[in-house]
Write a protein that binds this ligand. Structure first.
Ligand code: SAM
Length: 311
């Protein structure tokens, strides 16, 4: 690999926990690994560099711009929402799948493109769609949703205690064309005494992005699909960046690893439930201080992994 390409990929998005991801996938190789959130291809590149021909990667991303990087790495790529994982994968391979990797959220590249409208740091149109399958644009959410629905989204998806107040201010300030207009109105509605670390519009922007892209529903469905798709002893890995994502992964893995649910005093099992997963990470894996030093995004990353038990 040329140094130039390496630098380009890292400019697009620097992958987090790549060493740990490779370590958790090594035992399932040789085989097919689905990179369900290809982004800049950082994790894929690491797997190809480390495992060579032992790994066949299938790249998926909602964002057509992200998949432009896949042809450079010579891996089959399919554009779509990982909520539809099984169909996307079987459209490019009929081989058994040994591993699936999810690295949730947006890439640095998406955040840094003002015309995508993801960030309060740049002025751009209120778009925030990760791909063409998103249900609506941020402009539709901000300009058209009733105040109650907006407040509910900001509270649920932004975990913002001031959700009602901010939704009211947003509705009062309509109409909006740009991210700067929105972030100015939100920031002005946060009283100085209630300001916390970070930009006052951070949670609101996160909430609107999650609503626009139906991110949490996609994670729930995508995890189910990945667990169904992997072969026995195949592995599912998920990297989360906030508690809403991590909670879904933790619950799904715990539910999958739960066998018999009969009360302990029952002499014979009557529920006939058996575990479909073995959890490989009792506690989520976090980035080392050294990694956080060179990649601030790694600070909030949490990696969980589970293995499908043999049928
Ligand atoms: C954090 S980045 C992944 C970065 C990648 N692991 C790397 O090393 O370059 C997340 C990527 O997942 C994509 N994505 C997010 N949700 C998705 C979904 N439901 N279906 C498919 N792709 C999704 C985004 O478009 C983005 O490119």
């Amino acid at each position: 690999m040329s140094q130039n390409r390496d630098n380009n990929d890292r400019d697009y998005h620097r992958p987090v926990l790549e060493h740990e991801v490779a370590g958790l996938l090594a035992p399932v190789l040789p085989g097919v690994v689905v990179d369900a959130t290809f982004g800049g291809g950082g994790h894929t590149r690491r797997l190809l560099d480390e495992f060579g021909e032992s790994v066949k990667v299938v790249a998926i991303d909602r964002d057509p711009a992200a998949l432009a990087n896949a042809s450079e790495l010579g891996v089959p790529a399919v554009q779509g929402n990982f909520a539809d994982l099984r169909n996307l994968v079987v459209s490019v391979t009929d081989e058994p799948v040994s591993g699936v990797l999810f690295d949730f959220g947006v890439s640095s590249h998406q955040l840094d493109q003002p015309d995508r409208g993801f960030s309060y740091r740049h002025d751009g149109p209120l778009d925030m769609r990760m791909g063409p399958d998103a249900a609506y644009t941020a402009a539709e959410v901000v300009n058209e949703w009733p105040e109650d629905r907006l407040a509910d989204a900001i509270r649920r998806f932004g975990e913002e205690p001031l959700a009602r107040r901010l939704a009211h201010a947003i509705v009062e300030g309509r109409p909006y064309q740009s991210t700067s207009q929105l972030s100015t109105v939100v920031a002005a509605a946060v009283p100085a005494a209630r300001r916390r670390a970070g930009h006052p519009a951070r949670r609101t922007f996160q909430a609107i992005r999650i609503a626009v892209n139906g991110e949490l529903d996609a994670i729930t469905t995508g995890l189910d699909s990945a667990i169904e798709l992997v072969r026995p002893q195949g592995r599912v890995l998920a990297i989360s960046y906030h508690s809403l994502e991590d909670r879904i992964v933790k619950r799904r893995f715990t539910q999958g690893a739960t066998g018999c649910t009969c009360p302990p005093e029952l002499p014979v099992c009557g529920c006939e439930n058996s575990a479909e997963l073995r959890i490989l990470t009792r506690k989520p894996i976090r980035a080392s201080a050294a990694e956080v030093e060179v990649n601030n995004r790694a600070r909030s990353a949490s990696l969980r992994a589970a293995e499908k038990v043999a049928a």
